[in-house]
Design a protein around this ligand. Sequence first.
Ligand SMILES: NC(=O)c1ccc[n+]([C@@H]2O[C@H](COP(=O)([O-])OP(=O)(O)OC[C@H]3O[C@@H](n4cnc5c(N)ncnc54)[C@H](OP(=O)(O)O)[C@@H]3O)[C@@H](O)[C@H]2O)c1
Length: 331
Amino acid sequence: MPSLGDFIHTQFLLKIPEPTNSFAGFTVILTGANGGLGKEIAKHLIRLGADKLIFGCRSTERGTQAKRTVEAAAGCNSSIIEVWELDLESPPSIKSFIERAKRLHRLDVVIHLAGVRSFNFEVVYDTERTLAVNNIGTFLLALPLIPKLQETARTFGTTPVMTIVGSALYDMAKYPDKPGEDIFSYFTDKSKVNPWNQYNLSKLIQLYTLIKLASIVDPLHASTPNTHPIVINSVDPCFCETGLSREVSGMTSVVVKAFAAFAARPADDGARQVVQAAGCGRETHGLYLRAGNVQAYKPIAQDHTKTEYLWQVLCKRLRKMDPSILDNLNQ
Ligand SMILES: NC(=O)c1ccc[n+]([C@@H]2O[C@H](COP(=O)([O-])OP(=O)(O)OC[C@H]3O[C@@H](n4cnc5c(N)ncnc54)[C@H](OP(=O)(O)O)[C@@H]3O)[C@@H](O)[C@H]2O)c1
């Protein structure tokens, strides 16, 4: 768990500069673009020169509304932002999004921002919904986009980036003692689900997956390094005022809102950090950024056994939905 000192520093004292890395000429995919952080991220990407910005939104209506808001604020040409339908709870939706992405001229940056903090228990992909969206849906989309990033690296001599928006709350996750053969199946039982923990756990699982994935795709210290590698990193945007806790209800919701009014930073502060991470280079591959810098993983994320277990369990599930999902990760 972030210490009180760390929390005070990141929420109240830290100065978060505007990102300055150029995205000129880049094509960027941003999932969850219509959310609180999404719109602010989009404004920065346009200011920094992105050529094409694809909003992956499960509601094209909300996506189009966000596009109009961003265009009005950024004063940009209406051809830059495209809204593509993407529901991370639906394999056909993910599949058609990927097929469209494969036809892009180039793909320089993917920001996996879409995520949920579910308080209304529901089973999706044969697991609890927070894990379904933040882990299964997110990586069902992420893995098939990697070859497109690699193709862009080779064609344009650039270093494309995939950024997964994480959370410092990963360190507070309670990992079950005996999750059995498949931790996702374990959480189909409502009695085992603590909604407060579920989000933190999903963010921990994201890191296990990221660490393993980055060790497979263009590892930093490979004996025969790829001449055109990509970057896969993660970033914590700090606690920001957005709609993320919208499913909290009753008195708890009053407390959560009061705490947010006191401690949350504006969404733009979080957006700045995400855009900074998405503009980083190989020095961040497989790593996690917080408060503007790479931060060492806390011991809970450095668990090799859990990393391997999660990778096996997740891949087994992903392969059932997309048998070739692990092919071509290293080109
Ligand atoms: N806000 C914070 O303090 C904070 C801190 C750390 C990390 N984060 C991370 O930042 C990310 C963005 O959250 P936010 O704070 O901007 O919250 P938000 O305003 O609730 O935005 C979440 C976005 O994810 C989309 N989404 C949810 N389920 C989806 C699905 N099944 N398919 C496709 N898109 C889906 C939402 O779309 P709809 O509008 O259709 O629901 C929305 O666009 C999340 O990954 C969150 O974990 C946030």
